[in-house]
Design a protein around this ligand. Structure first.
Ligand code: ADP
Ligand code: MG
Length: 288
């Protein structure tokens, strides 16, 4: 099948600058690592609703992968990605090679995610969020975007991007998009392509655990944690990395007396694949 003709694909900084200059502002950016799925499509569609011009980046950022992670086997499906991006409403796709983004190799200067980058995902993946924020900052500058959309599935990433934009005065609007799920509840992810049919069944335990936790929200934090943990323990084929009920603003574990907003987040290894998911909750009885 031929590639969409109404889409501009930029591979170099020069091509990006030319494509960007032709866009009517405001410009919305959706940043991805490729292997696009319906979650990415939702972000692009939401961008389309909010801005006259939509730019999608497809860049598998080596800086955010640790040694022994899945960078080498990460799915690369550029032709399909371009079709999906165009169908969802992208005007421009910027798909640079690593040496376009990092012409001097490993950047000596990086954004430091700080304390929020060391908990949850950051505890399991040291340096991950420094790598994420560094590339997000670079792509914001390169695209000169006015707004940027991020998925709630990566709640910690979303929070850190918001913090970076505030702490470094980057002057871009950050928009959160709710998690898009398969019909059976599995959060869409490029990494779902790694799952064997057996793993795919096992992976549903994340969503079941989050639902069980959410159903216990009226009874307080320990009930939420217990309900979710019990579901996870019943599926030994999922190796849990963390299960946490945290304050969505600072990612601190919520104390037992906590009432109000919280985030129930889980990460687990299923087969050779590491999966994450989360659900926002309101803990305690709503005020009447
Ligand atoms: N299921 C989903 N629902 C909503 N947004 C998503 C979903 N999956 C990924 N995203 C968002 O798409 C953007 C790019 O994520 P990326 O790492 O490329 O995909 P994935 O996490 O699926 O591997 C991020 O902002 C991420 O939060
Ligand atoms: Mg991802």
């Amino acid at each position: 099948m031929s590639l969409p003709t109404d889409l501009t694909v930029a591979r170099t900084r020069t091509e990006l600058a030319a494509a960007r200059a032709a866009l009517e502002g405001p410009v919305a950016v959706v940043m991805t690592m490729g292997a696009l799925h319906a979650g990415h499509a939702r972000l692009i569609e939401e961008a389309r609703r909010r801005a006259p011009s939509v730019l999608v980046t497809i860049f598998l950022n080596p800086l955010q992968f640790g040694a022994g992670e899945d960078l080498a086997r990460y799915p690369r499906t550029l032709d399909d990605d371009l079709r999906l991006a165009a169908a969802a409403g992208a005007d421009v796709v910027f798909a640079p090679a690593p040496d376009v983004v990092y012409p001097d190799g490993d950047p000596g200067v990086r954004v430091a995610a700080g304390p929020l980058g060391t908990v949850l995902e950051g505890a399991s993946r040291p340096g991950h969020f420094d790598g994420v924020l560094t590339v997000v900052a670079k792509l914001l500058h390169l695209t000169r975007a006015d707004l940027a959309l991020f998925g709630q599935k990566d709640a910690q990433q979303l929070l850190l991007v918001r913090r970076m934009v505030r702490d470094l005065d980057l002057g871009v609007d950050v928009v959160a998009v709710p998690t898009v799920r398969e019909d059976d509840g599995l959060a869409m992810s490029s990494r779902n392509r790694y799952l064997t049919p057996f793993d795919r069944e096992v992976a549903l335990v994340l969503q079941r655990a989050l639902r069980a936790g959410a159903a216990a929200a009226g009874e307080g934090p320990s009930a939420v944690r217990r309900a979710a943990r019990d579901v996870l323990l019943a599926e030994p084929a999922a190796r849990v990395d963390y299960l946490a009920l945290v304050d969505p603003h600072d990612l601190a574990d919520v104390p037992e007396h906590h009432r109000g907003e919280a985030l129930l987040a889980v990460a687990a290894r299923v087969g050779s694949t590491r999966l994450i998911d989360n659900v926002p909750l309101v803990v305690g009885r709503p005020l009447d």
